[in-house]
Ligand binder design. Structure first.
Ligand code: AMP
Ligand code: MN
Ligand code: MN
Ligand code: MN
Length: 285
């Protein structure tokens, strides 16, 4: 099964419209697809309709920004009901600090000489309530501060570098309560991206498991072979289902295109076979 259960549209920090993503996913051989924009459900209606047109099976998704133990952790909610009002209100709250944060990021970047960072980031943001670091990263590339997006995130916008502004998102337990309340299944996104020790990762997984979290991304656009091995082992140990995710944002930026990730290791349980998610897959074929 070619499943790709994590990507972004212009409703958060991707560049393509949901319908263009659906067409691209279908062209790349994806069979089961989920749109998981950061902290918003706005793209899901278009994505679901486009998936139907393209013959893709579809899962309503979202990627929730969480603060946990002093770092940012992303939790993907799969199979959520997009009409759930508690989830929608919760996501509005998660988004609410983004504009003030963007102004502070812009102040820092102005000091480096970046021209009109806030206005230019807003030009990239398809949804002004969802302005984020990727939009600033595109401005830094345009103005020659870095060769590409990945170089931006090595030298700017990350802890200890110019343009990083600490931010409190929601809590892990609150994010899972919203996801579960909306009938969804919670998955830890790209665990290999969190710069914490093995011991802390296990604490995170322990807490996530206790709160009812069901899966982790083993295959992710952010993972190399070593991370795949590590998180396959941890998925087995914790009894987590495994997800497969490109985390695609844009044709010129993302290392892995939609549906082009490696397959899941054979012995892992694919998240799309979890009974509580399986019944929420919208089948088009
Ligand atoms: P924000 O939610 O505004 O803090 O932005 C987080 C987004 O920045 C992520 O979802 C990615 O799209 C992007 N990002 C963070 N770190 C990296 C990285 N190392 N390489 C590329 N993109 C990154
Ligand atoms: Mn992103
Ligand atoms: Mn993420
Ligand atoms: Mn993502």
């Amino acid at each position: 099964m070619n499943a790709d259960l994590h990507c972004h549209s212009c409703h958060s920090d991707g560049v393509l419209a949901p319908s263009a993503l659906a067409a691209r996913a279908a062209a790349n051989g994806v069979e089961l697809w989920s749109l998981t924009d950061h902290d918003t459900l706005n793209g899901l209606d278009e994505a679901r309709n486009a998936a139907m047109q393209c013959g893709l099976s579809f899962i309503d998704g979202v990627e929730v920004s969480v603060s946990w133990g002093g770092i940012t952790v992303h939790v993907v909610g799969l199979g959520i009901d997009p009409s759930n009002t508690d989830l929608a209100a919760g996501l509005t709250r998660v988004r609410s600090g983004r504009d003030a944060r963007a102004l502070r990021i812009a102040d820092e970047l102005s000091l480096l000489g970046v021209v009109e960072p806030y206005e230019n980031a807003m030009r990239h943001a398809g949804n002004p309530t969802l302005v984020g670091r990727s939009h600033f990263a595109r401005v830094l590339v345009e103005q020659g501060y870095a060769g590409d997006i990945h170089a931006v995130f090595r030298n700017f916008l990350v802890p200890g570098r110019p343009g990083y502004v600490d931010h409190r998102w929601t809590t892990l337990s609150q994010a899972l309560a919203w996801i579960h309340g909306a009938g969804g299944v919670a998955v830890i996104a790209h665990p290999g991206r969190y710069r914490i020790s093995g011991e802390r990762i296990e604490q995170l997984f322990e807490e996530f498991h206790t709160l009812g979290g069901r899966g982790i991304e083993v295959i992710s656009g952010s993972h190399g072979d070593a991370e795949v091995r590590t998180f396959a082992r941890l998925a087995r140990r914790f009894g987590f289902y495994a997800s497969r995710a490109s985390d695609f944002h844009a044709p010129d930026e993302s290392a892995v295109d939609l549906g082009c990730s490696a397959p899941l290791p054979d012995d892992l349980k694919p998240i799309w076979l979890a009974p509580e998610l399986n019944e929420r897959v919208i089948c088009m074929t």
